[in-house]
Design a protein around this ligand. Sequence first.
Ligand SMILES: [Zn+2]
Ligand SMILES: [Zn+2]
Length: 141
Amino acid sequence: MRYCGHCCHWNIGWPIRCRFCARGLEGRLCARHHPNPRDPRLVFCGECGELLEPTAHAKFRLLPCLVAGLLGLGTIAIAGFIELVLGEENFGMAALIMLAVLVVGMRLVFQMLPPGVRSAMADIAAFFFRFLFVAGNKGRR
Ligand SMILES: [Zn+2]
Ligand SMILES: [Zn+2]
């Protein structure tokens, strides 16, 4: 989720411009939407030479990171719990529900995080997937 410092709206996902007031949220943008560094001394776009918009409006807020982190942990906890409770009786069913919970939860989390954090989260999620499945399969044999 991205906060616009100009109109004070939260944007879902990680848009390059605010969806409520169209201000640039990625550094300083030119008319052709190229992101440039936030340096206030810059005047022209480094990509195309268009005039840059006067200010950047992206603001870092800790809250979405915290919420996303908690949501991610909660999702993994719920998925692990389902696996533990249902895995004894019906492993295929448990794995299916677990998968659904993880997919929905992680999609929500990804919506709130910057793209760089997303790829790291994807790696962690993949690791947990493998861990849970390998542990579950070992228990069966
Ligand atoms: Zn805005
Ligand atoms: Zn440009």
